[in-house]
Design a protein around this ligand. Structure first.
Ligand code: ADE
Length: 252
Protein backbone atom coordinates (compact mmCIF):
# COMPACT_ATOMS: atom_id res chain seq x y z
CA UNK A 1 0.00 0.00 0.00
CA UNK A 2 1.20 3.50 -0.82
CA UNK A 3 0.59 6.13 1.85
CA UNK A 4 1.42 9.69 0.86
CA UNK A 5 1.74 12.06 3.78
CA UNK A 6 1.57 15.80 3.19
CA UNK A 7 2.93 17.64 6.18
CA UNK A 8 4.96 20.59 7.43
CA UNK A 9 6.79 18.21 9.81
CA UNK A 10 7.95 15.14 7.88
CA UNK A 11 10.59 14.33 10.52
CA UNK A 12 7.85 13.43 12.99
CA UNK A 13 7.00 10.34 10.95
CA UNK A 14 10.21 8.54 11.84
CA UNK A 15 8.20 7.48 14.90
CA UNK A 16 6.25 5.08 12.66
CA UNK A 17 8.61 4.55 9.72
CA UNK A 18 11.71 3.60 11.74
CA UNK A 19 10.43 1.49 14.61
CA UNK A 20 8.64 -1.64 15.64
CA UNK A 21 6.09 -3.48 13.52
CA UNK A 22 5.22 -0.71 11.06
CA UNK A 23 8.94 0.09 10.68
CA UNK A 24 9.51 -3.53 9.68
CA UNK A 25 6.60 -3.41 7.20
CA UNK A 26 8.13 -0.28 5.66
CA UNK A 27 11.54 -1.98 5.44
CA UNK A 28 9.90 -5.02 3.80
CA UNK A 29 8.12 -2.86 1.24
CA UNK A 30 4.61 -3.81 2.40
CA UNK A 31 3.89 -0.17 3.20
CA UNK A 32 5.43 2.60 1.14
CA UNK A 33 5.21 5.83 3.16
CA UNK A 34 6.07 8.82 1.00
CA UNK A 35 6.58 12.02 2.95
CA UNK A 36 6.13 15.34 1.20
CA UNK A 37 6.95 18.64 2.87
CA UNK A 38 4.23 21.17 2.06
CA UNK A 39 6.76 23.96 2.65
CA UNK A 40 8.64 22.82 -0.49
CA UNK A 41 5.65 24.02 -2.54
CA UNK A 42 5.21 27.51 -1.17
CA UNK A 43 5.62 30.39 -3.63
CA UNK A 44 6.08 32.85 -0.77
CA UNK A 45 9.53 34.42 -0.69
CA UNK A 46 9.72 33.88 3.07
CA UNK A 47 8.59 30.27 2.70
CA UNK A 48 5.40 30.97 4.62
CA UNK A 49 2.61 28.45 4.44
CA UNK A 50 -0.01 30.26 6.55
CA UNK A 51 -1.77 33.58 6.91
CA UNK A 52 -4.34 35.39 9.03
CA UNK A 53 -7.99 34.33 8.60
CA UNK A 54 -10.38 36.45 6.55
CA UNK A 55 -13.11 37.82 8.78
CA UNK A 56 -10.77 37.92 11.74
CA UNK A 57 -10.43 35.43 14.55
CA UNK A 58 -7.64 33.77 16.42
CA UNK A 59 -4.69 31.95 14.92
CA UNK A 60 -3.47 31.32 11.43
CA UNK A 61 -4.84 29.36 8.49
CA UNK A 62 -2.78 27.22 6.13
CA UNK A 63 -2.81 28.93 2.75
CA UNK A 64 -4.44 27.30 -0.26
CA UNK A 65 -1.50 27.61 -2.64
CA UNK A 66 1.19 25.40 -1.07
CA UNK A 67 -1.31 22.68 -0.13
CA UNK A 68 -2.93 22.79 -3.57
CA UNK A 69 0.44 22.62 -5.33
CA UNK A 70 1.58 19.74 -3.13
CA UNK A 71 -1.57 17.76 -3.98
CA UNK A 72 -0.98 18.40 -7.68
CA UNK A 73 2.72 17.54 -7.49
CA UNK A 74 2.11 14.10 -5.99
CA UNK A 75 -0.84 13.32 -8.29
CA UNK A 76 -3.17 13.07 -5.32
CA UNK A 77 -6.31 12.57 -7.38
CA UNK A 78 -5.22 8.98 -8.04
CA UNK A 79 -5.51 8.23 -4.31
CA UNK A 80 -8.11 8.52 -1.58
CA UNK A 81 -7.39 11.89 0.01
CA UNK A 82 -7.99 12.23 3.73
CA UNK A 83 -7.58 15.39 5.76
CA UNK A 84 -6.89 14.66 9.43
CA UNK A 85 -9.28 16.98 11.22
CA UNK A 86 -11.28 17.10 14.46
CA UNK A 87 -14.31 17.94 12.27
CA UNK A 88 -14.10 14.66 10.41
CA UNK A 89 -15.80 11.28 10.57
CA UNK A 90 -14.71 9.47 13.72
CA UNK A 91 -12.13 6.81 13.00
CA UNK A 92 -13.31 3.35 14.01
CA UNK A 93 -12.62 -0.25 13.23
CA UNK A 94 -14.94 -0.29 10.19
CA UNK A 95 -13.23 2.72 8.60
CA UNK A 96 -9.78 1.27 9.30
CA UNK A 97 -10.80 -2.00 7.67
CA UNK A 98 -12.19 -0.14 4.67
CA UNK A 99 -9.03 1.97 4.28
CA UNK A 100 -6.78 -1.08 4.58
CA UNK A 101 -8.24 -2.29 1.26
CA UNK A 102 -7.16 0.82 -0.67
CA UNK A 103 -4.06 0.77 -2.90
CA UNK A 104 -3.14 4.34 -2.16
CA UNK A 105 -4.19 6.88 0.42
CA UNK A 106 -3.09 10.48 0.79
CA UNK A 107 -3.02 11.89 4.31
CA UNK A 108 -3.10 15.65 4.58
CA UNK A 109 -1.92 17.05 7.91
CA UNK A 110 -3.03 20.53 8.89
CA UNK A 111 -1.73 22.91 11.48
CA UNK A 112 -2.80 26.12 13.17
CA UNK A 113 -6.54 26.76 12.72
CA UNK A 114 -6.81 24.44 9.74
CA UNK A 115 -6.54 24.69 5.97
CA UNK A 116 -8.17 27.18 3.61
CA UNK A 117 -11.58 25.61 2.92
CA UNK A 118 -11.21 26.07 -0.85
CA UNK A 119 -8.61 23.30 -0.97
CA UNK A 120 -10.90 20.86 0.81
CA UNK A 121 -13.88 21.78 -1.38
CA UNK A 122 -12.04 21.76 -4.69
CA UNK A 123 -10.41 18.38 -4.10
CA UNK A 124 -13.52 16.98 -2.45
CA UNK A 125 -11.44 15.83 0.49
CA UNK A 126 -12.75 13.41 3.11
CA UNK A 127 -12.10 14.46 6.72
CA UNK A 128 -11.23 11.97 9.46
CA UNK A 129 -10.95 12.59 13.21
CA UNK A 130 -9.27 10.26 15.67
CA UNK A 131 -11.34 11.49 18.60
CA UNK A 132 -13.29 14.31 20.17
CA UNK A 133 -10.31 16.39 21.23
CA UNK A 134 -8.08 18.81 19.43
CA UNK A 135 -4.45 18.08 18.64
CA UNK A 136 -1.94 20.75 17.67
CA UNK A 137 -1.63 19.22 14.22
CA UNK A 138 -2.76 16.30 12.10
CA UNK A 139 0.56 14.42 12.23
CA UNK A 140 -0.13 12.33 15.33
CA UNK A 141 -3.59 11.55 13.99
CA UNK A 142 -2.08 10.44 10.66
CA UNK A 143 0.36 8.21 12.52
CA UNK A 144 -2.49 6.60 14.46
CA UNK A 145 -4.23 5.89 11.19
CA UNK A 146 -1.07 4.47 9.56
CA UNK A 147 -0.44 2.20 12.53
CA UNK A 148 -4.00 0.90 12.68
CA UNK A 149 -4.23 0.32 8.92
CA UNK A 150 -0.71 -1.09 8.69
CA UNK A 151 -1.32 -3.92 11.13
CA UNK A 152 -4.21 -5.18 8.98
CA UNK A 153 -2.14 -5.49 5.81
CA UNK A 154 -1.20 -9.04 4.85
CA UNK A 155 2.25 -10.00 6.11
CA UNK A 156 2.61 -7.13 8.58
CA UNK A 157 1.86 -9.06 11.76
CA UNK A 158 3.87 -12.24 12.19
CA UNK A 159 1.85 -15.34 13.03
CA UNK A 160 2.75 -14.97 16.71
CA UNK A 161 1.47 -11.38 16.72
CA UNK A 162 -1.61 -11.78 14.58
CA UNK A 163 -3.07 -14.28 17.06
CA UNK A 164 -6.74 -14.98 17.36
CA UNK A 165 -8.54 -12.46 15.21
CA UNK A 166 -11.04 -15.34 15.09
CA UNK A 167 -14.53 -14.38 14.12
CA UNK A 168 -16.10 -15.18 17.49
CA UNK A 169 -13.90 -12.50 19.08
CA UNK A 170 -14.54 -9.96 16.35
CA UNK A 171 -15.88 -6.76 17.92
CA UNK A 172 -15.10 -7.84 21.50
CA UNK A 173 -12.50 -6.40 23.85
CA UNK A 174 -9.62 -8.75 24.41
CA UNK A 175 -9.54 -11.12 27.39
CA UNK A 176 -6.79 -10.57 30.01
CA UNK A 177 -3.34 -11.98 29.31
CA UNK A 178 -0.72 -13.45 31.64
CA UNK A 179 2.82 -14.67 31.20
CA UNK A 180 5.53 -16.35 33.25
CA UNK A 181 6.20 -16.61 36.14
CA UNK A 182 3.19 -18.46 37.48
CA UNK A 183 3.46 -16.54 40.70
CA UNK A 184 4.73 -13.00 40.95
CA UNK A 185 4.92 -11.38 44.41
CA UNK A 186 2.23 -13.80 45.59
CA UNK A 187 0.00 -12.80 42.65
CA UNK A 188 -1.23 -15.84 40.77
CA UNK A 189 -2.56 -16.63 37.33
CA UNK A 190 -6.12 -17.96 36.75
CA UNK A 191 -5.87 -21.70 37.34
CA UNK A 192 -7.67 -22.63 34.12
CA UNK A 193 -4.83 -21.18 32.00
CA UNK A 194 -2.43 -23.67 33.58
CA UNK A 195 -4.78 -26.64 33.15
CA UNK A 196 -3.62 -27.64 29.68
CA UNK A 197 -7.27 -28.19 28.72
CA UNK A 198 -7.45 -26.26 25.46
CA UNK A 199 -11.20 -26.38 25.14
CA UNK A 200 -11.73 -25.13 28.68
CA UNK A 201 -9.16 -22.38 28.13
CA UNK A 202 -10.85 -21.32 24.91
CA UNK A 203 -14.23 -21.06 26.63
CA UNK A 204 -12.70 -19.13 29.54
CA UNK A 205 -11.13 -16.63 27.12
CA UNK A 206 -14.41 -16.21 25.30
CA UNK A 207 -16.28 -15.64 28.56
CA UNK A 208 -13.71 -13.09 29.75
CA UNK A 209 -13.89 -11.20 26.45
CA UNK A 210 -17.69 -11.14 26.67
CA UNK A 211 -17.77 -10.01 30.31
CA UNK A 212 -15.18 -7.29 29.76
CA UNK A 213 -17.04 -5.97 26.71
CA UNK A 214 -20.40 -6.03 28.47
CA UNK A 215 -18.98 -4.15 31.49
CA UNK A 216 -16.82 -1.59 29.74
CA UNK A 217 -18.43 -1.13 26.34
CA UNK A 218 -22.13 -2.01 26.40
CA UNK A 219 -22.42 -0.41 22.94
CA UNK A 220 -19.95 -2.92 21.47
CA UNK A 221 -21.60 -5.75 23.39
CA UNK A 222 -25.04 -4.99 21.91
CA UNK A 223 -23.52 -4.71 18.43
CA UNK A 224 -21.85 -8.08 18.98
CA UNK A 225 -25.14 -9.69 19.99
CA UNK A 226 -26.82 -8.32 16.88
CA UNK A 227 -24.17 -9.80 14.57
CA UNK A 228 -24.43 -13.22 12.92
CA UNK A 229 -22.10 -15.71 14.60
CA UNK A 230 -21.30 -19.34 14.17
CA UNK A 231 -20.95 -20.70 17.71
CA UNK A 232 -20.44 -24.17 19.05
CA UNK A 233 -22.92 -25.50 21.60
CA UNK A 234 -20.51 -24.73 24.44
CA UNK A 235 -19.78 -21.22 23.17
CA UNK A 236 -23.50 -20.60 22.89
CA UNK A 237 -23.92 -21.66 26.51
CA UNK A 238 -21.15 -19.28 27.59
CA UNK A 239 -22.77 -16.44 25.67
CA UNK A 240 -26.20 -17.13 27.21
CA UNK A 241 -24.69 -17.16 30.68
CA UNK A 242 -22.92 -13.84 30.15
CA UNK A 243 -26.07 -12.26 28.71
CA UNK A 244 -27.88 -13.37 31.88
CA UNK A 245 -25.19 -11.89 34.14
CA UNK A 246 -25.19 -8.62 32.20
CA UNK A 247 -28.98 -8.27 32.33
CA UNK A 248 -28.94 -8.83 36.09
CA UNK A 249 -26.16 -6.32 36.62
CA UNK A 250 -27.88 -3.68 34.54
CA UNK A 251 -31.09 -4.03 36.56
CA UNK A 252 -29.23 -3.39 39.81
N1 ADE B 1 -6.11 17.41 14.04
C1 ADE B 1 -6.31 18.05 15.19
N2 ADE B 1 -7.08 17.35 16.00
C2 ADE B 1 -7.40 16.19 15.35
C3 ADE B 1 -8.17 15.05 15.66
N3 ADE B 1 -8.81 14.93 16.82
N4 ADE B 1 -8.27 14.08 14.74
C4 ADE B 1 -7.65 14.20 13.56
N5 ADE B 1 -6.92 15.25 13.21
C5 ADE B 1 -6.77 16.24 14.09
Amino acid sequence: MIIDVLTLFPEMFSAVTDHSIIGRAVANGIINIRLTDIRDYTMDKHNRTDDTPFGGGAGMVMSAEPVFRTLEAIGAKEGRIIYMSPKGRLLDRALIEELSLENRIVLLCGHYEGIDQRVLDHWNIEEVSIGDYILTGGELAAMVLIDAIGRLLPGVLGSSESHKEESIYSGLLEYPQYTKPREFRKLTVPEVLLSGDHNLIRLWKYEQALLLTCHRRPDLFEAYLAREKVLSKQEKAVLERVIGICRLERKQ
